[in-house]
Design a protein around this ligand. Structure first.
Ligand code: GLN
Ligand code: ZN
Length: 542
C-alpha cells in the first residue's frame, strides 16, 4: 500500500536494497509500482538469478557491483562478466552502481600520501584500494565495458587485474605461521580450566573484594594535556622517554584519584590511547592506516577505521608496560584493559579474501598473547572490551547462530589461556541483548559490565527468565551526559538489579568509559557511586 500511494504523485522511484539478499521477496518486489530495483550483488551475488526470471518489461534493475561498504578495488573482470550475463536478459533495462551508499567509505584515495614517513600508507597496499571517488570511476568503467566491450576499457582492466594479482600473491598478506596457529586451535584453547563457580572462589580468595565491588570501565577524561602529549610524541616534539614520563604521571594521577575515591578495582585510565581499536591496530601486523580516511560513525562523529589487509600477529606486547607501571604504584588490583577481537574486526575495514570468522580468530590469538603477557606481568584482572558484539549481528535472524558461534569462540580463544584465579572481565555498550543472552553467557567472562542505566535497568528483566551464571555489573549511570547522578538514584537502580541478580554476583560501575567527560563531574559521580556500594554493604550487614 505504501508504494501504491507513493507512486501516484511522485517522480520515478528506484527502490534500493543493500547489505543482504532480498531474493525471498523477489516476486513481491517485481510487482511493486516502482520504476526500478537496486540489489546488492557484492554481499549477495546469488540473488541476481531470482530477479532475472520474468523481470517486468517496464522496470530497470540496478546492479550493485562495486563494494560500497569496503575499501577494496573492484574485480572489474568478474563484475563485467556478471553484467554481461545480466544484459543478455535485461538489455537496456540494466543499470550499474555501487552496492550501497558511499557513506561508509572515505572520499578519495588520491589524498593519501605514500611519501610522508610518519603517516604513509604502504604503496603496495594503496594500490589495492578504492575509496568513493575511485569507486565512481569503477562504475563508469563497468558501464563502458558492458556497452562498448572489453577492448574499450583495456587499460583499466589491466590495472585492476594487476592489483588483484599483486594482492593474491603478496607476502604482506600471507603469514604461514599465523595460518598454522589458527588451524592448530583445539577446543581446549577456547575453554577455561575450571567452571565459573570454582574460578570465582579462587579469585575471591586472591582479591578478597568486598560485596558490591566498585570499578570503572577503563578510560578517564582525555584532557587537552593528554591529547597534546600524544600529538607531540607522534610529531617528534617529544621523545619516547619524555612521552613515557608524561603518561606515567597521568596514570599516577588517575590511580591516586581512584584510591582517594575508594574504588575497589582500579584502571590505568587509557591516557595513551587515541581510540580503542586504532591503538591496537597500530601495533599489530596486518593492519594499515590512512591519513584522511574518515567516515561517519554516528551523528557528527567520525572515525578513521584501520584497514586489515593481511594475516594478523602481534610482534610485541601492546599494553603491558602501562599496566605494569599502574599496578606497581598501588596495592589495589589493577585491571588490564584490552579491546576484543569482534570489536576490532567490526570497527575496521576487513579483508574480503578470507571469511570474517578467520580474521576474528587471528585477532583473538594476538589478544590471547597479550592476555598471557599481562598475566605474567602480575596483572590479575583483565578486561576485554567487546563493545561491538551486538552490532555485528547479521541482518537476518537465520544467520545469527553462525555469527554468534564464531564470535563467541573468538572471545573464548582470546580469554581462556589464563589461570583460574586470573579474573576476566568484558564490557559491552548498547547492550540490547535480551535476545542473545545465552551467547553472552557462553562467552564465559568472569564479570561482564553492561549498559543499562538509560533504559532504567529494563534490560535486567531478561535476567528474570534467563539466569546469567557469572558476575555482572549493570551500569548505574549514563556517561554520555555531564550530569552528576545522585546516590539515591543509583541506589534505586541497584535495588532494581538486586531483584533479579543475587547480591553476591553484583558489581557497581558506570555505563561505559569516561574519556569524554571532565574530571570534576567524574569525581563527583564516582564519589556518589562508591557511597552506593557502602550503603548496600551496611544494609546487608544489618
Ligand atoms: N575501555 C573502553 C573505555 O573505557 C571501553 C569503551 C567502550 O566500550 N566503547 O573507554
Ligand atoms: Zn562501553
Amino acid at each position: 500500500p505504501t508504494y501504491a500511494a507513493l507512486s501516484q504523485n511522485t517522480p520515478k522511484i528506484l527502490l534500493a536494497t543493500y547489505f543482504d539478499s532480498v531474493e525471498q521477496h523477489a516476486e513481491l518486489l517485481k510487482t511493486l509500482p516502482v520504476a526500478g530495483l537496486h540489489i546488492d550483488l557484492v554481499r549477495a551475488p546469488q540473488q541476481a538469478e531470482s530477479f532475472l526470471h520474468n523481470f517486468p518489461e517496464d522496470k530497470i534493475l540496478s546492479a550493485g557491483l562495486v563494494d560500497g561498504r569496503n575499501i577494496w578495488r573492484c574485480n572489474i573482470s568478474a563484475a563485467l562478466q556478471t553484467l554481461n550475463t545480466l544484459r543478455e536478459t535485461l538489455g537496456d533495462r540494466l543499470w550499474v552502481a555501487p552496492s550501497c551508499s558511499l557513506l561508509h567509505v572515505p572520499v578519495d584515495l588520491a589524498q593519501e600520501s605514500t611519501l610522508n614517513k610518519q603517516t604513509q600508507l604502504d604503496k603496495v597496499v594503496k594500490s589495492w584500494l578504492a575509496f568513493a571517488t575511485q569507486k565512481l570511476a569503477e562504475v563508469a568503467t563497468l558501464a563502458r565495458g558492458v556497452t562498448l566491450g572489453k577492448e574499450a576499457i583495456a587499460p583499466q582492466l589491466a590495472q585492476a587485474n594487476a592489483a588483484l594479482e599483486s594482492r593474491v600473491y603478496s607476502p604482506k598478506v600471507h603469514d604461514k605461521a599465523v595460518r598454522n596457529r589458527v588451524s592448530a586451535l583445539t577446543p581446549q584453547d577456547a575453554q577455561r580450566h575450571s567452571p565459573f563457580p570454582e574460578r570465582i572462589a579462587q579469585q575471591q580468595a586472591r582479591f578478597n573484594l568486598p560485596a558490591f565491588p566498585t570499578t570503572t570501565i577503563g578510560s578517564f577524561p582525555q584532557t587537552a594535556d593528554i591529547r597534546a602529549a600524544r600529538a607531540d610524541y607522534k610529531q617528534g616534539r617529544l621523545n619516547a622517554a619524555e612521552y613515557g614520563a608524561e603518561m606515567r604521571a597521568e596514570i599516577q594521577r588517575a590511580v591516586r584519584k581512584q584510591e582517594a575515591l575508594g574504588l575497589d578495582v582500579l584502571v590505568h585510565g587509557e591516557a595513551e590511547r587515541n581510540d580503542m581499536v586504532e591503538y591496537f591496530g597500530e601495533q599489530l601486523q596486518g593492519f594499515a592506516f590512512t591519513e584522511y580516511g574518515w567516515v561517519q560513525s554516528y551523528g557528527s562523529r567520525c572515525v578513521k577505521p584501520p584497514i586489515i589487509y593481511g594475516d594478523i600477529s602481534r610482534p610485541l606486547p601492546m599494553t603491558v608496560e602501562w599496566a605494569q607501571y599502574a599496578q606497581s604504584i598501588t596495592d589495589k588490583p589493577m585491571k588490564g584493559m584490552l579491546t576484543g577481537p569482534i570489536t576490532i574486526l567490526q570497527w575496521s575495514f576487513v579483508r574480503n579474501d578470507i571469511p570474517r570468522a578467520d580474521t576474528a580468530l587471528q585477532i583473538a590469538l594476538a589478544i590471547r598473547d597479550e592476555v598471557h603477557d599481562l598475566e605474567q606481568a602480575g596483572i590479575a584482572i583483565i578486561q576485554i572490551d567487546e563493545a561491538a558484539m551486538r552490532e555485528g549481528l547479521p541482518l537476518k535472524k537465520s544467520d545469527w547462530p553462525f555469527y554468534l558461534d564464531w564470535s563467541v569462540r573468538a572471545f573464548r580463544v582470546c580469554s581462556s589461556g589464563v589461570k583460574d584465579d586470573t579474573q576476566i572481565h568484558t564490557h559491552m555498550c548498547y547492550s540490547e541483548f535480551n535476545d542473545i543472552l545465552p551467547a553472552i553467557a557462553a562467552m564465559d567472562a568472569d564479570v561482564i559490565t553492561i549498559e543499562t542505566s538509560r533504559s532504567d535497568m529494563e534490560l535486567l528483566e531478561a535476567f528474570r527468565e534467563f539466569h546469567y551464571p557469572n558476575d555482572i555489573g549493570p551500569g548505574v549511570y549514563d556517561i554520555h551526559s555531564p550530569r552528576v547522578p545522585s546516590t539515591e538514584e543509583m541506589l534505586r537502580l541497584m535495588r532494581k538489579a538486586l531483584a533479579v541478580i543475587p547480591a553476591n554476583r553484583l558489581w557497581i560501575n558506570p555505563d561505559c568509559g569516561l574519556k569524554t567527560r571532565g574530571w570534576p563531574e567524574v569525581e563527583a559521580a564516582l564519589q556518589n557511586m562508591v557511597a552506593v556500594a557502602r550503603q548496600l554493604r551496611s544494609s546487608m550487614a544489618a
